[in-house]
Write a protein that binds this ligand. Structure first.
Ligand code: TXA
Ligand code: MG
Length: 325
């Protein structure tokens, strides 16, 4: 059910159930982080393998840091600069967090979301929420309550509606487990912005560093329709139905469906609109989708990360049932 009652969401969560809720990045599927039975429902409803850890959301930096064992000063500097907002910090976990949340890792990903509905929910709940994106595992993340409904439908009791997400791309994930901060996932905060606060940042690539950040599989964001980068794609042949996903206006002759993410090539706007546009193209029974990549600066890194993952065929994990470990 799509609804707007915070009280009802709180009652369901306190009763050990899951609720989808809006954040500024994408919709999350939440359960009280200390309630392992409720967290198990997240994995089950999403079809998510249990090796893929969840991010825990708290209303304030103080509450978020209470979930960690040791908080280095660099974490406080980043929190000061970017929270509330789309930054996830990976720190040593506090023993109170169930192993299921962190997939058995000794660390936890924490974030203070900026969305007013997420803030109201967390404040009223008086407990942190473990929440991955509210989509079936391996599908495109949801940026509206309707997207959540299309993916998870009646398998969850409530979708808290907060309108379309303002950022549209998931949070940037930074690990602070080593001396030098390490970017685990490019996201809504550009690496250049992080560098202004912390200087040097190491960059991980999900596939090669899957131990550091499980869940960053190559094909995590795949639409059903095969997708290719423009530079590698053949022009549409006659009789072929090809969709074009463009960052900025470009020649679209021969394409059966076209989505232009930003009239001026503004990357913030393109990020906000990316997942909804990809879903629209994916619903049009196209033979393939061709995507224009973004310039590699600012949010371009996060946009291209999602597009290039979407170009990989769906992984076995994404197709199979939940791993019962
Ligand atoms: O914007 C977002 O981050 C959204 C909203 C709902 O907050 N959430 C989100 O969650 O994108 P999800 O589950 O789709 O992605 C979480 C990813 C995991 O796949 C993993 O790569 C990383 O976060 N992660 C979580 N905890 C971690 C940890 N302890 N160590 C390393 N990586 C971790
Ligand atoms: Mg996700």
């Amino acid at each position: 059910m799509i609804a707007t009652s915070i009280e009802r969401a709180v009652a369901l969560l306190r009763g050990g159930d899951v609720v989808a809720f809006p954040t500024e990045t994408v919709y999350g599927l939440g359960a009280i982080a200390f309630d392992a039975n409720a967290v198990a429902k997240i994995f089950e409803r999403k079809g998510r393998p249990r090796f893929d850890p969840l991010i825990v959301h708290a209303p304030t930096p103080e509450e978020a840091f209470r979930l960690c064992d040791r908080v280095p000063s660099i974490a406080r500097r980043l929190a000061e600069a970017f929270w509330p907002g789309p930054l996830t910090l990976v720190l040593r976990k506090h023993p109170s967090i169930p192993d299921l949340v962190t997939a058995g890792l000794p660390s936890v990903g924490i974030r203070v979301p900026a969305h007013p509905v997420a803030q109201s929910l967390l404040t009223a709940l008086e407990a942190p929420l473990a929440a991955p994106s509210a989509n079936r595992f391996g599908k495109v993340s949801p940026t509206t309550a309707e997207h959540v409904f299309l993916d998870l439908g009646t398998s969850i009791p409530m979708i808290l509606d907060g309108g379309p997400c303002q950022r549209g791309i998931e949070s940037t994930i930074v690990s602070l487990l080593e001396e030098t901060p390490r970017l685990l996932r490019p996201g809504s905060i550009a690496i250049e912005e992080l560098q202004t606060v912390v200087g040097n940042i190491a960059v991980s690539h999900g596939e090669t560093d899957s131990r550091l950040s499980p869940g960053q599989q190559k094909s995590h964001y795949a639409p059903r329709t095969p997708m290719q980068p423009l530079a590698e794609a053949a022009r549409p042949r006659s009789g072929e139905r090809v969709g074009l996903l463009a960052i900025a206006p470009m020649s679209s002759e021969g394409y059966a469906a076209v989505e232009v993410l930003s009239p001026n090539g503004d990357l913030r706007e393109a990020a906000t609109k990316l997942f909804a546009a990809l879903r629209r193209l994916d619903s049009q029974r196209l033979d393939r989708i061709v995507c224009q990549l973004a310039p590699l600066r600012g949010l371009g890194a996060a946009i291209n990360d999602r597009l290039l993952r979407g170009c990989q065929p769906a992984s076995l994990e994404a197709q199979g049932p939940t791993t019962p470990t």
